[in-house]
Design a protein around this ligand. Sequence first.
Ligand SMILES: Cc1ncc(COP(=O)(O)O)c(C=O)c1O
Length: 378
Amino acid sequence: MPLTLNSALDDLRPSGIRRFSALAAQTPGCVSLTLGEPGEDTPASVCACVRAGLDAGRTHYPPNNGWPELKEAICARMSSTGLAYAPDEIIVTSGATEALYATLTAMLNPGDEVIVPMPAFLLYESVVRLARATVVPLDTSADGFQIDASDLAAAITERTKAIVLTSPNNPTGVCLTPQSLAAVAELAVRHSFYVICDDVYDQLVYAEGYEGFASLHPELREQTVVVNSFSKPYAMTGWRLGWLAAPAPLVAQIAMVHQYAISSVVSFTQDAAIEALSTDVTPMRESYRVRRDFVLRRLAGMGLSCVRPDGAFYAFPSIRKLGLTSEEFCTRAIQEAGVALVPGSIFGAEGHVRLSYACDSVTLRRGLDRLESFVSGH
Ligand SMILES: Cc1ncc(COP(=O)(O)O)c(C=O)c1O
């Protein structure tokens, strides 16, 4: 037998975001606005819980789906945004990454189709491919990154198994409007497919009164999976903690993938996760909003148009007027101006670049000064 590997891997590529952040790191003095990672450290009160957990002997196998106290705290946090879930409808996962992997793996058969509004976070496509299913991209760039009902209807076939919604979005920062969400709900009922809500940025929304898909459309509860994470709102990217919520029968199936992939998340981090959920994220969100406003002013000053981001910590300006591909733009911005961004092509939207303003404001100002000199030189 030849020593071949899973051929589904043939089409997968390493993360383009990492490629550009590595290029920035190798370039002396380069200012990197590439990573979607809060510059702040995890709150001290959260870190203290790990020490206490170790002292209390929380070092044995925990329940596969998470400690009951943590699942209860997650349910309480979800109910504060209008989402009613019971602890047996929750799985604590190794970040949203594993939640998405377990969900898609549990749902997909070879040949199934998953609609992904583009631009999108790259993970979805890779996991769908690993399951030998197909991503059907839904281009939203002509609609201000919103979902147009007739475009969505045209993307649906009898093989459509699911749609993935990311709101606020990575890379655009745009929140889906109630109209976009209603279009999804109506078609998901009519054609019977799952709705996977990647809500990892839902604590970082600047617009008043925002509601996500699951709270606006409880009538689709049986076919909805909500994915969330501790990474972004609590500056806990390295902890690898997230969760998913879904109706109990669906959770039972997803739990099988979770159990055989990782068994459970680390036992002694789970009390810290409870503490994190009680953290007030308002100061962090406010500070991102200030940075967002600053970024939009600076981009406008450079003549780069940008759909206004209402959440997360990304801006996704158009670079069309410069006549460079996004890959050329980002490569040359590193080489010629010492500032690193991520090409839109990596997220499925040529003609744009992603700028992350999750870094501190001094770095951000310096990066934008360099971007301005690069843009004005072209
Ligand atoms: C939209 C989106 N989903 C999921 C993730 C993964 O998050 P986690 O750190 O919880 O695995 C990210 C990380 O950048 C993201 O931007």
